[in-house]
Design a protein around this ligand. Structure first.
Ligand SMILES: O=C(O)CCC(=O)C(=O)O
Ligand SMILES: [Fe+2]
Length: 203
C-alpha cells in the first residue's frame, strides 16, 4: 500500500532527516484501541528488568522490557540476550494492523515499559546483525506522550525532536539505522507510564 495515499489510517508525515526514511503517523490507532492495548499489555506482559553492560560497567536498565516472537530466535543488545515468548492474541492483532502499511513480515516484538519520566532509553541505533542490513522497524506508542530525539551519526549536533503520542506509529526504514541514532530522554514532567512496541524481523 502506498503510505501517502492511505486515508483510512490517518496522516503520515515524512520526517526531514537526510539519508534516512522515517515516517510518523500520529493517530494510527483510535484512542479506544490504544486504551485497550495499553491496559491489556500492562497486565499480560511478562515484564523484566535486565542489567545492561555499557563500557564495562553494569547497571539495571532504566525501564522494563519483554520479548515475543513467532520463532524462537533470541535478540541480543547492550550485553543482554533476550529469549522470546510466543505472540499473544493482542500482539498478533497489533501486528496485523501495522502490517497493512509496513510491508514487512515482522517476526519479533520488543516491548518497553517506561514507568514514568525517570525511565528512559539512551542513544543507540537498532543495528544489531540479526536485524539484517536495512531493517524496517515499526514502533507503536501507548500511554503517556514522550519526547523522542534523532541525532545524525556524522554530525551529532544535527538533531530532530518529535513527540510520540498515544496511538501513534513511527516507521524507520532504509539507511536510518546506519546514519542516525535515537533516544527517549528522561523527563521530569512525565508521571504516567508509556508502553512502546518495536516490531522487528529476525530470520
Ligand atoms: O520507546 C521508544 O519509543 C524507543 C524504543 C527503542 O528505540 C528501542 O527499543 O530500540
Ligand atoms: Fe531503538
Amino acid at each position: 500500500m502506498d503510505l501517502f495515499s492511505s486515508e483510512k489510517n490517518g496522516n503520515f508525515i515524512k520526517l526531514p532527516l537526510v539519508d534516512a526514511d522515517v515516517v510518523y503517523c500520529p493517530s494510527f490507532f483510535t484512542s479506544e484501541e490504544a486504551t485497550t492495548y495499553f491496559e491489556t499489555l500492562t497486565h499480560q506482559t511478562n515484564w523484566q528488568q535486565d542489567d545492561i553492560t555499557l563500557f564495562g560497567k553494569t547497571y539495571p536498565q532504566p525501564r522494563l522490557t519483554s520479548l515475543y516472537a513467532t520463532n524462537s530466535k533470541p535478540y541480543s543488545y547492550s550485553g543482554i540476550t533476550m529469549f522470546p515468548k510466543p505472540y499473544t492474541d493482542i500482539l498478533k492483532e497489533i501486528q496485523r494492523k501495522i502490517q497493512t502499511v509496513s510491508e514487512e513480515n515482522f517476526t519479533t516484538v520488543l516491548l518497553n515499559l517506561y514507568r514514568d519520566g525517570n525511565d528512559s532509553n539512551g542513544w543507540h541505533s537498532d543495528d544489531e546483525k540479526e536485524l539484517g542490513r536495512n531493517p524496517v522497524i515499526a514502533s507503536v506508542s501507548l500511554g503517556a506522550d514522550r519526547i523522542f530525539h534523532f541525532r545524525n551519526k556524522k554530525d551529532k549536533s544535527v538533531k530532530h525532536k518529535l513527540i510520540l503520542e498515544n496511538g501513534s506509529l513511527l516507521l524507520m526504514k532504509g539507511a536510518t539505522q546506519h546514519t542516525w541514532q535515537h533516544q527517549l530522554p528522561k523527563s521530569k514532567k512525565v508521571i504516567k507510564p508509556r508502553i512502546n512496541l518495536t516490531f522487528r524481523s529476525i530470520k
